[in-house]
Design a protein around this ligand. Structure first.
Ligand code: C5P
Length: 216
């Protein structure tokens, strides 16, 4: 299968020296890319600014902003899209050409919504036969499965991997993750605390099983 994986944060610049972002390190997405490659798949990784080495045999496209990430994803063909990126939901309405003066900043920082990459791309393929597999993440503070089920429906996904980023051993920058798989049919699978590599292997297995079932 051809896997397309988004990973890391995005940066939304307000002037040449300042941006809005989040603490995503890209570990989960890089683990998915590595696991998919190890299982023999063809893998492209669209990565925001992160300090991680590209897994061997994986094609990597570096991007900065949410709009760059959307454009990169829209250029690629794939059988399964795994969206692990922590995309900034908002960006400054404009990026100033010169460094903003401190006193001018409070008045100039107007925000506009960024496109939802996963939702946009999933919607584009919602009606094709032998559909592609779409997997999203839901990072919540607190019990995540209700929000994840809503995201699964709203974005038209096959699976949402939900986690409580405030739980011990989960969230930004950790090597482990305690996640819940929320399926399109509403089924909920709570996984134990696992390494991100082990979570990644389960995601890849889910993707191949779903694709195989669709082609039967
Ligand atoms: O709605 P929320 O941002 O929590 O959804 C998270 C999921 O949607 C993740 O899989 C994330 O990668 C994806 N997403 C996206 N583009 C956005 C926001 C989220 O692809 N602008």
């Amino acid at each position: 299968m051809r896997f397309l994986v988004t990973a890391g944060p995005t940066r939304e610049f307000l002037d040449p020296v300042r941006f809005l972002s989040n603490p995503s390190t890209g570990k989960m997405g890089f683990a998915v890319a590595r696991a998919a490659r190890a299982a023999g798949h063809d893998v492209t990784l669209v990565a925001g600014p992160v300090a991680l080495r590209t897994p061997l045999g994986v094609r990597r496209i570096d991007v900065v902003s949410a709009r760059d990430m959307l454009a990169a994803v829209e250029r690629e063909d794939f059988d399964c899209l795994v969206a692990t990126a922590a995309v900034a939901d908002w960006r400054p309405a404009r990026c100033a050409a010169a460094k903003l003066k401190k006193r001018a900043m409070a008045d100039t920082l107007r925000l506009v919504r960024n496109p939802d990459i996963l939702k946009t791309v999933a919607a584009k393929f919602a009606h094709v036969r032998r559909r592609k597999v779409f997997i999203g993440f839901a990072a919540e503070t607190g019990e995540p499965s209700a929000e994840a089920a809503r995201k699964c429906r709203e974005k038209g996904l096959d699976l949402v991997v939900a986690n409580d980023v405030t739980a011990a051993g989960s969230g930004f920058g950790t090597a482990t993750n305690r996640v819940t798989f929320v399926h399109a049919d509403g089924r909920i699978e709570r996984l134990p605390l696992l390494t991100k590599a082990a979570v990644a292997r389960r995601i890849v297995r889910f993707a191949s099983q779903t694709a195989a079932a669709a082609h039967r």
